[in-house]
Design a protein around this ligand. Structure first.
Ligand code: PLP
Length: 410
């Protein structure tokens, strides 16, 4: 079937929860993807920070193939070999003592919220259930994580929302301190806000939150669904600051593209989850966790973190050059290979123009171009993308100057 027919069938049969670009991708390798007609694209979106290792990383593909031939699924009523391996690896390389596996970011956050409430009831006080989250955050689409997501546009139509959430501005320690009351059990945040516009807090913010939470005896939960697994140049974003969370969620890129989620838990808190308290049929299944072991091993063994930091710095410097040339660029920011370019104009048209030129980029929060390439992206590939972006901006500037001249002369 040709791509036009397929896109028509998609509109006919698939619920319209997404506004899709007219693009149907069928193949990927490393930093590149191809559409049905064979056109090649350089991928600076990586399936929304999922394909951190690049598309179809050979070790992940091999692990999936081998595992699929051996055993695809058994119940969590039995021990699962690759699940044990992945949990061991995650604990060895983080603050965590235990891991709960699930299938998505929202589900991991849901688990974190449930565990925080249960732990708080048992250890902090019977009436402690409230969670403080940050404005412009994103934590998922289930009812609890949607409520944790402090953005009105996502709440519309779904009331009544879950009780027990309170919102404060991001990067504001004083606001958190003031919001804590006798009902508060935890603070939940993304160490860098992804969907909210690549918002990077000031140095010392996470450490400051840790101190406040310790002082008040409440939990600190980090949502690293987007920025975990190497995206910032460290395996976890919290490693950039001298602090450790109590709970941390990962998902997106954990299994190199196979659906998975995980809740990492400080050992002492894990005791509040007892048999029967929480579960997931597919959570930690052999296929996903085998892919996870391969993906995590590749990140650790193939020098991807150093590469990510180096190319990330280069990428940011190139974005800064562009900012100097175009007055409609408000700000550029990033850490490792999550980078944002805030514009004074809407970004959607730019994303379309870049797609026509063979580059997949993203725009979030309306006016922030977001770049999330695979961690294996090279400086040459960054240069190619920057060149295309510069050309797109030049065209935009010329046409807007022309518009201005014509509107001035009226
Ligand atoms: C994508 C994302 C989620 C939700 O993950 P899903 O797998 O779509 O449920 C949660 N938190 C953050 C920070 C994310 O970027």
């Amino acid at each position: 079937m040709d791509s036009q027919t397929l896109m028509m069938l998609s509109e006919q049969y698939i619920a319209h929860t997404y506004n899709r670009y007219p693009l149907l991708l069928v193949r990927g390798k490393g930093t590149r993807v191809w559409d049905l007609d064979g056109k090649e694209y350089l991928d600076f979106f990586a399936g929304l920070a999922v394909c951190n290792l690049g598309h179809c990383h050979p070790k992940v593909v091999k692990a999936i193939q081998d595992q699929a031939e051996k055993l695809i699924h058994v119940s969590n009523l039995y021990y699962i070999e690759p699940q044990i391996q992945l949990a061991s690896l995650l604990c060895k390389h983080s603050f965590a003592g235990k891991v709960f596996f699930c299938n998505s970011g929202a589900e991991a956050n849901e688990g974190a919220l449930k565990l925080a409430r249960k732990y708080a009831k048992e250890k902090i006080g019977e009436d402690r259930y409230e969670v403080i989250t940050m404005e412009n955050s994103f934590h998922g689409r289930t009812l609890a994580t949607l409520t944790a997501t402090a953005q009105k546009k996502y709440h519309k139509g779904y009331g009544p929302l879950m009780p027990g959430f309170k919102y404060v501005p991001f990067n504001d320690l004083k606001a958190v301190r003031q919001a804590i009351d006798p009902k508060t059990c935890a603070v939940l945040l993304e160490p860098i806000q992804g969907e909210g516009g690549v918002n990077i807090p000031s140095e010392g913010y996470l450490k400051g939150l840790r101190e406040i939470c310790d002082e008040k005896g409440i939990l600190l939960i980090l949502d690293e669904v987007q920025v975990g697994m190497g995206r910032t140049g460290k395996l976890f974003a919290y490693e950039h600051e001298d602090m450790k969370p109590d709970l941390l969620t990962v998902a997106k890129s954990l299994a190199g593209g196979v659906p998975i989620g995980a809740l990492l838990i400080r050992d002492e808190i894990a005791k509040s989850f007892e048999p029967g308290d929480h579960a997931s049929t597919f959570g930690g299944n052999p296929l996903a966790t085998a892919a996870g072991v391969a993906a995590l091993s590749a990140i650790l063994e193939e020098g991807m973190l150093d590469h990510c930091r180096r190319v990330g710095e280069y990428f940011l410097s190139r974005l800064e050059e562009i900012k100097k040339k175009f007055p409609f660029v408000q700000d550029v920011r990033g850490r490792g290979l999550i980078l944002g370019m805030e514009l004074k104009i809407e970004g959607a048209e730019i994303v379309k123009k870049m797609m026509e030129k063979g580059f997949l980029i993203n725009c979030t929060a309306g006016n922030v171009l977001r770049f999330l390439p695979p961690l294996i992206v090279t400086e040459e590939e960054v240069d190619q993308m920057i060149k295309a972006l510069e050309e797109t901006f030049e065209k935009l500037q010329t046409s807007s100057t022309n518009n201005q001249i014509s509107s001035n002369s009226q």
